[in-house]
Design a protein around this ligand. Structure first.
Ligand code: FES
Length: 236
């Protein structure tokens, strides 16, 4: 510091001349440089001269684990793994509950399919059963009725459909008993075509359930059905 003070107290011209003569001023300059380095060093190492230090780093030693690094890692892996497994199990249970909740209840599933004993329906008779809340018309048709249904000029129909396309076995006609106009339930063995008649607005369906007269735009709908055996029919 004394060297620095002596250097800084020199007039500017003197210090310049000193700087130009390195042989005589080298020790002085070295001392001044060392003093400046010391001052700078102290500036960085020490707290500010006024106010509180802003870079106080707390001591975390109290919170640090006293165990070895490998045992800490094992603990971390076990925790992450078990939490992941628990989360996966909880997610699976939630989704499963949601899906079970959304699926059809047992009584609805029981109604999804209806089995009909065919030998309980005599030839030439209609039977109405309930399936999924709708009436289902089943008619055991006679040979004359099948012939009548096949003799219709399909091209002349409002909703052109052959009788063959509407039945799996010609003697069994199965239809949803809901009028395609506004949803009334037609009456069997009635109307001008010997099939079904909807009294609500006067729609006439033939013996194949095709619309022949009145405001209904379409034939009576055919539901999904099958014949698992010769004696039974399953609707649905
Ligand atoms: S609902 Fe059947 S004719 Fe209108």
């Amino acid at each position: 510091m004394a060297a620095l003070r002596s250097l800084s107290s020199l007039p500017a011209t003197a210090s310049r001349s000193l700087l130009r003569t390195p042989s005589s001023t080298a020790p002085l300059l070295r001392a001044a440089t060392a003093a400046c380095t010391q001052i700078d060093q102290r500036r960085y190492d020490s707290a500010p001269a006024y106010g509180k230090p802003t870079t106080v780093i707390p001591d975390w030693g109290y919170y640090k684990s006293k165990k070895s690094e490998s045992s800490n890692k094992v603990f971390g892996y076990v925790m992450v793994g078990s939490m992941g497994a628990l989360s996966a199990a909880a997610g699976k249970a939630t989704i499963q509950d949601f899906l079970v909740n959304m699926s059809a209840s047992a009584d609805v599933l029981a109604m999804a399919k209806v089995e009909v004993a065919l030998n309980s329906i005599p030839e030439g008779k209609n039977v109405v059963i309930k399936w999924r809340g709708k009436p289902i018309f089943i008619r055991h048709r006679t040979a004359d009725e099948i012939e009548e249904a096949n003799n219709v000029n399909v091209a002349s129909l409002r909703d052109p459909e052959t009788d063959e396309a509407r039945t799996k076995k010609p003697e069994w006609l199965v239809m949803v008993g809901v009028c395609t106009h506004l949803g009334c339930v037609p009456i069997g063995e009635a109307g001008e075509y010997g099939g079904w008649f909807c009294p609500c607005h006067g729609s006439h369906y033939d013996i194949s359930g095709r619309i022949r007269k009145g405001p209904a735009p379409l034939n009576l709908e055919i539901p999904a059905y099958d014949f698992p055996t010769d004696e039974t029919m399953v609707i649905g």
